[in-house]
Write a protein that binds this ligand. Structure first.
Ligand code: ZN
Ligand code: ZN
Ligand code: FE
Length: 764
């Protein structure tokens, strides 16, 4: 009898690839193996999970089928199997592995609270009812609480909390959904909330209730979250949001709004199915979505902007708080503008004093700060504009291994760094703009932790070509002897190569605000023929004078004046353009004189600057409130039905070729003077830029052969521009947009790492 049954047993080795580590995948495999009567074992291996399974063929077939349907946050991308010799195993087990390569990726990203845990905290009969630190193998903090590798409770901020008997039982039971959930906790043994006032004095009583009452009363509460502090206020109250703007010194940049459920989110924005799915994903990013008119959201949340940044509650604390206040909350980074996010209690109490009225704190330490990620759909697909919480430290797999470990220090704005070793590149969390010594220190600390976590000792340090970037100076100050400078737009194109696992060459369209060029001028409207090790500048945008340099980036009317002087050969019809009515004539004259004489007026090729100049002309706004405002917002203003465009020229006598948009500017001014609506003008401007870019790509491919095209640089946060170019070039060209790596400077470091490796090995 026994013999007969065993005769039917087959062996099967299954390799699973995808998001399968640190997300409760192995316990889940264990459970379904038990259910299906499969013997054998499961373990992590460097590239995924490996399963040896023994059972009759039908059971094995059912097992493989079940494996493909792993529950979120696990995601099976590929599953392959082969027959192996059967073993007389009777049970199924989870095997530990101590592979060095596994250590490298053993820390998973932070995961939003799962539906099961949400149910528990809202169930009055559950022992975790109302408990703000509930989590399980499918959810909870990970990266932000890790102090060391391998990822294990003793190497997290949870080491100071001793599991109670009930929690220990869950933690040790392979059939429990908290089996090896490292931050497992309950009201008896886990972290606790506390509330403090602005003077760091304890507020007695129910901390959550105190914070909720303050929010409902229009006050500002600093909430300690997963990756740092948020500043929260009632998103439906104009006075509350205005107060937050004043105290935080942030005048127009939109605030993100947190809601409890997808249905709530749909009240404020029109969401596609894919957008809704991403919003509710375990990564729980901020989604830039089309704002619905006439909602209860205060205008001050995103002034003069038809997009709204929405995110769902992603910790039990958020769920409980939102349930109490019963309204959407502004949730913005806990900092003053331009500073790094506060994440330690003492630091928050000091730095957010004068902004927050109440502090909602807890005693689970945040080890590594990690801000919310930001995503927007472009051409129907999600593009990360800021890649941080939920995604970091998930690696990007490269087409081939780097020869020596590389640290890439990123750019000046929206800084992130990158560590590459083997065939993996890990982008660090969003650090932000490196204008303050505090940000630079945050960068240094983050690099220190990540090199430790990944056990990588960099041998090559990559940095931007710009000598004055704080990240460049930081790179120069590091002890590693090998430093490699990487041209900004080459790095952008290479980041797209790295993300897509391509070797090149490609035609890279790199459009952004500014990046240091090989000739010392500011590039940013570039068409490059590039692979990882080298590039050729095929074409560029006719440069614009920036009268007053940096000043022109904020006072965008200066750019508009320079643009018009160029387009109308020094005699533009300024009097008929409303923008200039608010500029004192003497200043206008001075600025135009500076530009025409080239005094303090550097040349800039950046498409971002063109957006600023044209956007200011059409909108009549003299000042850009934050970097990239117009390039990011103006596409939304564009009339989707408008198919017209303006004229342009490509000067192919020059090397590189020059895209000349002076004719466009003249025609656009004509439309403006004729009183055409801004939406139509914006659409025609976008269409012109898209058609001109496609024309450049076609001309380049005639000369250099048919190559894939990548669209990269901060301007490709603009959905209309990216979408139109992609439409125009497809299907004849393979057009690659960014997805999991930001097109802007937040993705720069990945490209720097790839280029530095290629250069170091002397590739061609
Ligand atoms: Zn959970
Ligand atoms: Zn407990
Ligand atoms: Fe850039």
């Amino acid at each position: 009898m026994q013999e007969a049954r065993e005769a039917g047993v087959r062996g099967c080795r299954i390799e699973v690839r995808g998001t399968v580590q640190g997300v409760g995948f192995r316990p889940w495999v264990y459970r379904i193996a038990r259910e299906l009567g499969i013997a054998g074992r499961v373990r992590n291996d460097p590239s995924g999970v490996l399963i040896d399974a023994f059972a009759d063929p039908q059971a094995l077939e059912r097992f493989r089928e079940a494996l493909r349907r792993a529950p979120a946050p696990a995601e099976v991308q590929a599953l392959s199997w082969r027959e192996i010799a059967p073993e007389p195993a009777r049970t199924f087990s989870i095997e530990a592995s101590s592979d060095a390569a596994e250590r490298r990726i053993s820390i998973p990203p932070d995961l939003a609270t799962c539906p099961d845990c949400v149910r528990e905290i809202s169930d009055p009969g559950d022992r975790r009812a109302g408990y703000p630190f509930t989590n399980c193998t499918a959810c909870g903090p990970r990266f932000t609480i890790a102090t060391d590798v391998p990822y294990d409770r003793a190497a997290t901020a949870m080491r100071s909390f001793t599991l109670c008997a009930a929690c220990a039982r869950e933690y040790g039971d392979p059939l429990d959904r908290r089996f090896h959930a490292e931050p497992n906790a309950c009201p008896h043994c886990g972290p606790r909330l506390r509330a403090m006032d602005e003077h760091a004095r304890d507020l007695e009583g129910d901390a959550l209730g105190t914070a909720a009452r303050a929010l409902c009363g229009g006050r500002i509460v600093a909430v300690k979250g997963i990756g740092g502090f948020h500043l929260a206020c009632d998103a439906t109250s104009g006075p509350a949001v205005r107060r937050l703007r004043e105290r935080k010194r942030r005048d127009e940049k939109p605030f993100a709004v947190m809601v409890r459920t997808l249905e709530d989110a749909q009240r404020f924005a029109d969401l596609t199915v894919a957008e809704a799915r991403l919003l509710a994903s375990p990564q729980a990013p901020i989604l830039l979505a089309r704002r619905k008119p006439d909602t209860c959201l205060a205008d001050e949340v995103a002034p003069r902007n038809s997009l709204v940044g929405l995110l769902l509650a992603y910790t039990p604390l958020h769920h409980l708080l939102l349930a109490r206040v019963g309204r959407p909350l502004v949730m913005t980074s806990g900092n003053r503008s331009e500073e790094p996010i506060a994440y330690r209690d003492a630091d928050a109490l000091a730095r957010l004093r004068g902004i927050a009225d109440v502090f909602l704190l807890h005693d689970r330490e945040i080890v590594t700060p990690c801000e919310d990620s930001v995503v927007r759909f472009v051409a129907g697909r999600p593009v990360l504009l800021r890649r941080s919480r939920g995604y970091v430290p998930r690696p990007v797999r490269l087409a081939g291994p780097v020869r020596r470990p590389v640290l890439a220090c990123g750019g000046q704005l929206k800084n992130t760094f990158c560590l590459a070793a083997g065939d993996m590149a890990v982008l660090g969390p969003h650090i932000g703009d490196l204008d303050s010594p505090e940000s630079l220190q945050a960068l240094d600390e983050a690099i220190g932790r990540m090199t430790r976590f990944l056990a990588i000792s960099p041998q090559i340090v990559a940095h931007d070509l710009h000598p004055d970037y704080a990240s460049t100076r930081y790179a120069m100050g590091r002890k590693e002897p090998s430093k490699i400078a990487v041209q900004h737009h080459h790095a952008h194109v290479a980041s797209a190569l790295a993300e897509r696992g391509l070797e090149g060459p490609v035609l890279g369209v790199a459009y952004d605000g500014i990046g240091y060029g090989l000739d010392g001028t500011a590039w940013g409207g570039e068409l490059l023929l590039a692979n990882a090790s080298r590039f050729e500048r095929i074409a560029t945008l006719r440069p614009l004078r920036l009268p007053g340099g940096e000043q022109a980036i904020r006072q965008v009317w200066r750019l508009s004046a320079a643009l018009l002087d160029d387009a109308f050969d020094g005699d533009p019809p300024l009097g008929s353009i409303p923008l200039f009515a608010s500029v004192p004539p003497a200043r206008l004259a001075l600025v135009r004189q500076m530009a025409s004489r080239g005094v303090s007026s550097p040349l800039a090729h950046g498409v971002g600057r063109l957006f600023d100049a044209v956007g200011a002309l059409v909108s009549g706004r003299t000042v850009a409130r934050y970097e990239g405002q117009i390039a990011l917002e103006w596409d939304v203003a564009a009339d989707p039905e408008e198919g017209g465009r303006y004229s342009f020229a490509i000067d192919r006598a020059r090397i590189p070729w020059e895209l000349d948009l002076r004719a466009m500017v003249r025609e656009l001014v004509g439309d403006l003077r004729a009183g055409h609506p801004p939406a139509a003008i914006s659409a025609k401007f976008h269409n012109t830029l898209a058609v001109a870019t496609s024309a450049l790509v076609r001309a380049a491919s005639t000369r250099h052969g048919h190559l894939p095209v990548v669209l990269t640089g901060g301007c490709f946060q603009n959905a209309r521009l990216a979408g139109s170019i992609a439409d125009d070039l497809s299907p004849r060209f393979d057009v690659l947009l960014h997805g999991s790596v930001p097109p802007g400077d937040g993705g720069l470091a990945l490209g720097q790492a790839l280029v530095a490796d290629a250069v170091a090995r002397g590739g061609s």
